[in-house]
Design a protein around this ligand. Structure first.
Ligand code: ATP
Ligand code: MG
Length: 354
């Protein structure tokens, strides 16, 4: 068991930069999610922690010990790869035993631990099957068992649920989280599924172009994003370019005026960030905004709006029969309102700036 520390970790391939710089501490027993767009360096970071990629600079510490120069099997890590990477010609039991063989664990102990690991992921009875004789969710669990069987100090998961359908993903997500908490595993999980990150992890790391943009709890990132990139990446957000017109009034590039928080913003250029669930939409024949489209999502309804040339998205609980807003449809004029404090002014991010 132990914490995981990444110190100024970087990876370059020739002149191209895969990871510019990552500093991060994952506390013992904590689950941290790496989140970011495709190509931002998530997998490379994870592979450097596991020892499959040698860093160009920086250090990896596990339980305080520098493991940067150690080969993968000498590190106390267990990794689940995005594609599961099961050995297709090997049985379930042999797949799970692999890491123990690499670590020269004796046969008797190996068999016991494989059995325990398979019981843990509820695959007992399927020891002798080949991966192709398993469902996607079962293969996923073999990959989990294979990583867990070595009792890793650090558990690494690279988009472990990406090949599962939505229902199974929800189930396996809860299983992984429960296991991680029960075993107290220090865990770094890569995902680009926001919901996955929000529901599973204690803290999230938002990366962009090989750099850490912000680290925090889901609530911190959602309620207090450091910049427009984080605001737009964690949850949905209306991001409106423009300039502060006066205290509490923001003029969008289109000319539309929007109420915003009165707290003095940091100097420089600004983007107004307003979460869609904070915008209330009311039918009004003389309203200043127009409804472009209404999308029914079951419990929620999306309203695609236009306010004097500025597109806005509102998401509201679906109105019940009898509520006036139930009858709103595309083309209608509407009034929009929100609590001014919900419209935050963020500094427009400079490319490459953290
Ligand atoms: N072996 C390699 N040689 C050269 N460039 C590489 C290599 N591996 C990764 N890269 C580059 O480094 C960058 C980061 O890749 P990485 O796989 O870490 O991204 P990622 O965040 O995991 O993306 P995704 O969400 O698509 O999996 C990409 O631009 C990628 O093309
Ligand atoms: Mg990746």
């Amino acid at each position: 068991m132990g914490s995981l520390v990444l110190e100024a970790l970087a990876k370059r391939y020739g002149t191209s930069v895969a990871v510019e710089r990552v500093d991060l501490e994952v506390r013992q027993g904590e689950m941290v999610a790496l989140l970011g767009p495709s190509g931002c360096g998530k997998t490379t970071t994870l592979r450097m922690v596991a020892g499959f990629v040698a860093p160009s600079a920086g250090r990896v510490l596990i339980g305080g010990a520098d493991v940067t120069q150690m080969p993968p099997h000498a590190r106390d890590t267990g990794m689940v790869f995005q594609s599961y990477a099961l050995f297709p010609h090997m049985t379930v039991a042999a797949n799970v035993a692999f890491g123990l063989e690499m670590r020269r664990v004796g046969r008797a102990e190996r068999d016991t631990r494989v059995r325990e690991a398979l019981r843990l992921v509820r695959l007992d009875g399927l020891e002798d099957r080949l991966p192709r004789q398993l469902s996607g969710g079962q293969q996923q669990r073999v990959a989990l068992a294979r990583a867990l069987v070595v009792n890793p100090a650090v558990f690494l998961l690279d988009e472990p649920l990406s090949n599962l359908d939505a229902k199974l993903r929800g189930e396996v997500r809860m299983e992984i989280r429960a296991l991680q908490q029960r075993l107290g595993l220090t865990t770094l999980i890569v995902t680009h599924d926001q919901e996955e990150a929000l529901t599973m992890a204690d803290r999230l790391v938002v990366m962009e172009r090989g750099r850490v943009r912000q680290v925090g709890t889901a609530e911190e990132l959602y309620e207090s994003p450091a910049d427009p990139f984080v605001a737009g990446f964690v949850g949905q957000c209306n991001l409106v370019e423009g300039a502060l017109e006066g205290t509490g009034v923001f003029r969008a590039a289109s000319g539309a005026l929007l109420a915003c928080a009165a707290t003095p913003p940091p100097p420089g250029r600004h983007v107004l960030a307003l979460r869609p669930e904070r915008i209330e939409v009311t039918p009004a024949a003389d309203g200043p905004a127009r409804l472009r489209a209404v999308t029914y999502l079951g419990p929620l309804t999306e309203y695609h709006l236009d306010l004097d040339g500025t597109p806005l998205l509102a998401i509201r609980p679906t109105p019940t029969a009898g509520e006036p807003s139930r009858l709103m449809s595309a083309g209608d004029a509407v009034t929009l309102s929100w609590d001014a404090s919900a419209a935050r002014l963020l500094s427009a991010a400079q490319p490459g700036q953290t």
